[in-house]
Write a protein that binds this ligand. Structure first.
Ligand code: NAG
Ligand code: NAG
Length: 410
């Protein structure tokens, strides 16, 4: 009896000890939040430094969440609250940075930046709640979970344009500007970054103009959007080896509709991923949301069409990874690009696991973003600079309760 009492007492002490520990942890987090919030108001110029601190703190918070979630659901709720507040402060910080130094990195632009710290490696708080299964629809079950690094390669000239790499070869293609009949082909990314301007490239003259930065290159073929004045929008398949058009197809869309409101030059956007060729488009002027079509790379036939429910308003670009459309949003006064709406045609991604992905801090807006499924990286064109974003990839979790698109609160 006495022994039992002693045991109970010691257990109670342990619990109280744990309670105290968590309380002081909460106090500590609370204090740090308050301190950061205070300083936010006082010192706008040092926003960048706070960002780093914020990132550390967010990481700490998310680690704490992971550690505590099993035993202490109440505690977990508190920490989630703290994490949400951290997000809020981070967003405020974004705003302050926008107000003060939107081009903070511009002077470093010609250097090559490697930032390994990006992509917060969000802890998988949902793990355990979801069963991990193979996707029934396709073998492709990868999703992006963050940015691993960013590399600025060059500045070719025009503020807008696009560049991309054929995932089946090492060749790189440059589309300088918003339309034209010229494309530059480089043997590799290395060749491109080493040569000044377009020297050392093969200049390709197409039989018709490409319209907007919406082209794609796949398996030695260039697919481009063409819209002459007062003609319908069509996609042209061009054989880069023989230099001839092998096919064209009309697109199911009205003329002069543009896809992303922040990049009105993009009439329609072709994207390549592990599953093939995709078309992002707007069927009519009045349609507020982006449509997606799967195209046959051989015949240009449209196999299926989806309404992504992702608005085109404030969108600057989009790309497809493993059958999941990622729409990238920004503000008119270029701020920080972020993936804020995703749509998975295979229904294999739960809305909750779709991360709100902020692009590494850069100084402008993207004219285009092209995904390369072989290298798992994005080729971006940002105010004339050619940038490569390396992505971190994780496996999709198949949802028990399926929902197609998830739009984050704006
Ligand atoms: C790209 O376009 C810009 C602006 O039109 C021009 O100044 C630049 O020379 C072009 N670069 C190449 C390599 O054609
Ligand atoms: C567009 O998508 C939103 C959800 O993001 C939805 O509420 C709205 O009904 C959609 N509009 C149309 C016309 O499909």
């Amino acid at each position: 009896m006495k022994l039992l009492f002693v045991l109970l007492l010691s257990r109670a002490w342990t619990l109280i000890g744990a309670q105290n520990y968590y309380q002081s942890l909460m106090d500590y987090l609370e204090n740090r939040l308050l301190a950061i919030e205070d300083r936010m108001q006082m010192c706008h110029e040092q926003a960048h430094q706070y960002r780093t601190e914020m990132l550390d703190f967010k990481k700490l918070t998310s680690e704490a969440v992971t550690g505590l979630r099993n035993d202490h659901s109440v505690m977990f709720k508190d920490l989630e609250g703290a994490s949400a507040r951290a997000d809020l402060v981070e967003r405020e910080m974004d705003y302050v940075e926008t107000q003060n130094s939107p081009r903070a990195c511009a002077n470093k632009a010609d250097k090559v930046l490697e930032q390994e710290a990006w992509g917060l490696q969000e802890r998988d708080v949902l793990e355990g709640d979801w069963e991990e299964l193979q996707s029934k629809v396709s073998d492709c079950v990868e999703m992006i979970s963050g940015f691993r690094s960013v590399k600025i390669l060059k500045r070719i000239g025009s503020p807008k344009g696009m560049w991309t790499r054929d995932p089946t070869s090492s060749k790189v293609y440059i589309f300088n500007g918003t339309s034209g009949d010229t494309v530059y082909e480089f043997k590799s990314v290395r060749d491109f970054s080493r040569s000044p301007g377009a020297t050392g490239s093969r200049t390709i003259h197409l039989p018709s103009d490409w319209t907007g930065p919406g082209s794609a290159v796949y398996n030695g073929y260039l697919y481009y959007i063409n819209q002459e004045t007062d003609t319908d929008v069509q996609v042209v398949k061009y054989d880069l080896m023989s230099g001839s058009v092998t096919d064209t197809a009309m697109l199911p869309m009205e003329r002069h509709a543009s896809l992303y409101t922040l990049n009105p030059e993009t009439v329609a956007d072709l994207a390549v991923d592990d599953e093939g060729l995709w078309l992002l488009f707007i069927p009519t002027h009045s349609e507020p949301n982006i449509s997606l079509a799967k195209m046959d790379t051989a015949t240009l036939d449209i196999e299926q069409i989806w309404d992504t429910r992702c608005p085109r308003d404030n969108a600057e670009a989009a790309f497809v990874v493993c059958g999941t459309v990622h729409v990238v949003y920004n503000t008119r006064l270029a701020s920080r690009s972020r993936v804020q709406c995703v749509f998975d045609v295979n229904d294999a991604m739960v809305s909750e696991e779709a991360p709100l992905l902020y692009f590494p801090r850069r100084y402008g807006a993207h004219a285009s973003l092209k995904y390369n499924p072989e290298e798992k990286q994005l080729y971006g064109w940002d105010d004339g600079y050619q940038i490569i974003y390396r992505l971190t990839i994780k496996k999709k979790l198949l949802a028990l309760q399926k929902r197609k698109a998830f739009l984050f609160k704006k």
